[in-house]
Design a binder for this molecule. Structure first.
Ligand code: SAH
Length: 496
């Protein structure tokens, strides 16, 4: 498993000082579960990248440990995925950097730098949702690359439950390392190791200054302790009682910094799972087949069925729905709108519009705009989609959104999807699914809002579920389909 750290800056090779690892000298150390190598993959004038390669031996894992006695002691994914063993390696190898001390370049160690980190083969189902929930509130840009399909012939099996994750931000190196140290185990649901009270101290120690304010701290604590609720509660109580607030710099422990570390780094205590069963029975973050794919395909199906020829995707993001729409010959005009210029740039790149034949290029338009302002360019489409967008607006802007779309743009059909908050219980989420969501609604609230909006502007509305529904809590995503009636809508609106 590989963990890479890239510093982009004036003297990128200073990363060597910060990490206490000489870029010119690859280093290797034996650890109780394999070997750790540190080497630099680039030391250019603009960027410098250090790689930590953890080479685990599955037999070393069993030797000297209290084994559960099943075949899974020997045959498991541990040597191939980024798990808590990686955290042990990171704290062993980069312990001094994690503490924030750097005798030669202390000022640099105390400064937020342009850093990015790559974590490869991180166990994570459901694409980018969990990484975004965890890392975006900490100020990172998140890019999650999903595994390939398990078997091209059986696309319904979905892709492998691992991602390659890149996070990028302007952060102090110590903060980035501590974020990663705490959050890797949050991804990994397998309970292959020992968890004791001292893990609570570790969590609070490495979470100092950021975990108490993290909007997903409950999710983090629960998953960190693999649902050992007593430990999660202890941690949350201590967090709520003001522990782990930002420390003074000299308060942080220096717990390593050499390539060698002792068994005390190994988690110890009571066994979290001694049954030796296949641990893949863990509840997935998002049930398969992937919710995102299901959502887009459902919306595409509804729009196709309506007979629409022109479609506008409002809040198109990086163009996931657009990609499906432009594949369909029935759509002669496809438009994507987003308030974010960056999202549109990504969409343009991903869709490779520049490489399409000219006639096809002409049928596709992307432009920057906001659904909270009346915009003539939204008019004249048979169909419009708002997929996972409304929850990004302040609730008090929804009246305007209704007026802009149902009152002024007036597509023949408008499809809106949004999370069903009731379902969050199944994900173990305390609040919203994304740090940027302003609200999430239960089914009753969504249906009353949509019903009222439809009535006001002369539309008929019906509702649908997307994703695997729970008998009590409903489906993860809820959808409203508005079909335009005959009567015209009112037109007094704020203008862009
Ligand atoms: N529909 C896409 C993206 C959903 S994320 C998908 O399903 O993949 C929400 C998107 O809404 C973001 O790209 C965000 O930039 C955009 N957005 C937020 N507020 C908006 C507004 N007022 N007008 C248009 N787009 C908006």
């Amino acid at each position: 498993m590989l963990f890479t750290l890239t510093y982009t800056g004036e003297n990128p090779a200073d990363l060597g000082y910060l990490l206490h690892k000489n870029p010119a000298r690859p280093q290797t150390a034996d650890v109780s579960f394999g070997r750790v190598h540190v080497f630099y993959t680039e030391t250019g004038p603009e960027r410098c990248t250090a790689a930590l390669l953890l080479d685990m031996d599955p037999l070393d894992l069993v030797r000297g440990r209290r084994a559960s006695g099943g075949i899974f002691d020997y045959v498991n994914d541990r040597p191939y995925v980024c798990s808590s063993f990686m955290c042990t390696a990171i704290s062993g190898v980069y312990g001094t950097a994690m503490s924030g001390s750097c005798a030669k370049k202390q000022e640099l160690a105390d400064t937020p730098l342009d850093l990015s980190a790559g974590l490869f083969m991180l166990p994570c189902r459901g694409g980018a949702i969990l990484p975004e929930l965890l890392f975006e509130p900490l100020g990172y840009e998140v890019h999650a690359e999903e595994s390939a399909l398990l078997d091209e012939q059986f696309p319904e099996w979905g892709s492998g439950p691992y991602i390659n994750l890149t996070i990028r931000g302007k952060v102090r190196l110590r903060d980035l390392l501590n974020h990663i140290y705490v959050l890797i185990p949050v991804f990994d649901r397998q309970k292959h190791y020992w968890i004791g009270e001292d893990e609570v101290d570790k969590l609070l120690n490495h979470g100092k200054g950021w975990l108490p304010d993290h909007p997903e701290k409950t999710l983090i604590a629960r998953r960190y302790f693999k649902n050992l609720s007593s430990l999660a509660h202890t941690a949350l109580d201590r967090l709520d009682n003001g522990e782990a607030q930002a420390p003074s710099p000299d308060e942080l422990p220096v717990d390593g910094g050499t390539l060698f570390y002792s068994d005390k780094d190994e988690p110890s205590g009571t066994v979290a799972d001694a049954d030796g069963n296949d641990k893949n029975d863990e509840p997935a973050v998002i049930p398969r087949p992937r919710l995102n794919t299901q959502r887009l395909e459902t919306v595409l199906g509804v729009i196709k069925e309506s007979g629409a020829e022109s479609v506008i995707d409002l809040g198109c993001g990086e163009g996931n729905l657009l990609r499906l729409l432009i594949k369909e010959k029935t759509f002669t005009r496809v438009t994507g709108v987003d308030v974010s210029r960056t999202a549109l740039e990504h969409a343009r790149d991903k869709l490779k519009i520049d490489r399409m034949p000219e006639a096809r290029q002409k049928s596709i338009t992307l432009f920057q705009g906001s659904v909270s302002y009346r915009d003539k360019r939204f008019r004249g489409y048979n169909a419009a989609a708002l997929v996972e967008v409304i929850e990004h607006l302040d609730e008090n802007r929804l009246d305007t959104l209704e007026a802009v779309l149902l009152g002024d743009a007036r597509p023949g059909i408008l499809v809106i999807t949004t999370p069903n908050i009731e379902y969050n219980e199944i994900y173990g989420m305390s609040r919203f699914r994304h740090g940027d969501h302003r609200f999430e609604w239960n089914r009753a609230r969504f249906q009353s809002w949509a019903g009222e909006a439809a009535r006001r502007y002369g539309y008929e509305v019906s509702f649908g579920d997307i994703g695997e529904a729970d008998a009590k809590l409903g489906a993860p995503t809820q959808m409203a389909v508005f079909i335009r009636g005959e009567s015209p809508g009112p037109g007094d609106l704020p203008c862009a």
